[in-house]
Design a protein around this ligand. Structure first.
Ligand SMILES: *Cc1c(COP(=O)(O)O)cnc(C)c1O
Length: 388
């Protein structure tokens, strides 16, 4: 569905995305590039992001589920796609039909995938996931589990119907600062390389793609880049590492002023009356609320960017709208554009105030917020994710 409505919308700057990709590509040299586009590309639109990465010659994409992968295939994405999460056995045939690669995380799933691939009469491409310290998915290989882990991985690689193209692990602390985080990450990496070596020796062949570098590792641990890097957040240009590397934020969340009223001193604003005007106050209503992805936890704590500088958001954020203090904002009127976050009002500040990370804020931008895709300062596509 297309939308021309300029109520509340998210600009997705495809030039910034392309710029970030080029910068990262240059940074990682010969390593291949996997772009993480799970969760609708962190809210940016996985089809549009994947299209750009495909045009730019990226090597791989990653998503979290079969449904996300199929969505890309149905929209003309031909490049290799890796599923990081589990796929139910009923969908294995779909993976083979659409040539989608599956991450294999444990013996039970390996056996299931193998059985289903055999039943479908096809070959399922897999990447083995090693748990080196994230304690989430993957074959446990640390300490006394090393032998069992390596054995399990080799068993999976030798199962009929499976083609083991790659092996990967995920860092838990690569984006944390300090000696402890660094030691933890180095241990994870050292273990991963040891597991890869043992498996390759036992199998008598190398994995074509060994990969582990997420955003933190792309920024800070060049030795972990191996055959392929696997960043998400950096690509979208958020966080301190993006800033250090000179990357640009891709999404700006915008709204417009619906109405403005001036209230006398002592007026309670919004639910619960947590905010009372301290003087005569010119208050704007903006049509963005927690149903659009503006967290209620930000109520009365954040600022939005206006043509006349930052304007404090006041009172509780409602489901569909919230209020903003426009008292000294002479150039801001009904219809004026407001930036919730973006190049002027950094998402990192918003995330800090909400006690979270930028990932959660872009993922939260809901489906009723149309995405406007911008190239060369022109809107090249508008997409509203509501049922058409
Ligand atoms: C989400 C994810 C990534 C990307 O993480 P960023 O911090 O956004 O770079 C990489 N690998 C795996 C397994 C993931 O789940």
């Amino acid at each position: 569905m297309e939308s021309d409505l300029r109520r509340t919308w998210a600009n997705i700057d495809l030039d910034a995305l392309g710029f970030n990709y080029d910068k990262l590509r240059e940074r990682v040299g010969n390593a291949k590039f996997l772009g993480v586009v799970k969760a609708d590309a962190y809210g940016h639109g996985s089809v549009q992001v994947a299209r750009l990465l495909q045009d730019k010659g990226a090597d791989y994409l990653a998503v979290s589920s079969a449904d996300e992968a199929v969505e890309l295939r149905l929209n003309g994405i031909k490049m290799p796609i890796l599923i990081l999460g589990h796929t139910p056995r009923e969908q294995v045939k779909t993976l083979i039909d659409y040539d989608i690669t599956q991450g294999v995380t444990c013996r039970a799933k390996a056996v299931e995938y193998s059985e289903e691939a055999m039943r479908a009469g096809g070959i399922l491409k897999i990447h083995i996931k090693v748990d080196t310290g994230m304690s989430r998915l993957g074959y446990l290989c640390d300490g006394e589990m090393f032998e069992t882990g390596v054995e399990g991985i080799c068993e999976a690689c030798n199962l009929p119907g499976l083609e083991s193209e790659g092996i990967f692990t995920h860092f838990a602390l690569s984006d944390e600062e300090g000696d402890e985080a660094e030691a933890y990450t180095r241990h994870q990496f050292e273990l991963f390389t040891r597991v890869c070596k043992a498996c390759e020796e036992r199998l008598g062949r190398p994995f074509a793609l060994k990969h582990c570098a997420n955003t933190g590792a792309v920024a800070k641990y060049p030795e972990t880049w191996l055959d392929m890097v696997r960043p998400g957040l950096l690509l979208y240009g958020y966080g301190e590492y993006a800033k250090k590397l000179g990357l640009k934020p891709v999404m700006s969340l915008k709204t417009t002023v619906s109405t403005i009223k001036t209230y006398p001193e002592g007026t309670a604003i919004s639910y619960g009356g947590i905010y009372k005007t301290a003087k005569r106050t010119r208050v704007g209503v903006v049509p963005i609320g927690y149903a659009d992805g503006l967290f209620r936890a930000l109520s009365n704590k954040c600022c939005f960017a206006t043509a006349d500088g930052p304007a404090p958001q006041i009172g509780k954020i409602c489901m569909d709208m919230c209020m903003v203090d426009l008292t000294d904002k002479k150039n801001v009127d009904v219809g004026s554009e407001i930036e919730i976050f973006g190049p002027t009002n950094p998402i990192e500040t918003m995330a800090d105030i909400a006690g979270t990370i930028p990932y959660e804020l872009t993922c939260a931008v809901s489906k009723r917020v149309p995405r406007f895709y911008i190239k060369d300062n022109k809107v090249v596509e508008r997409e509203l994710l509501l049922r058409g």
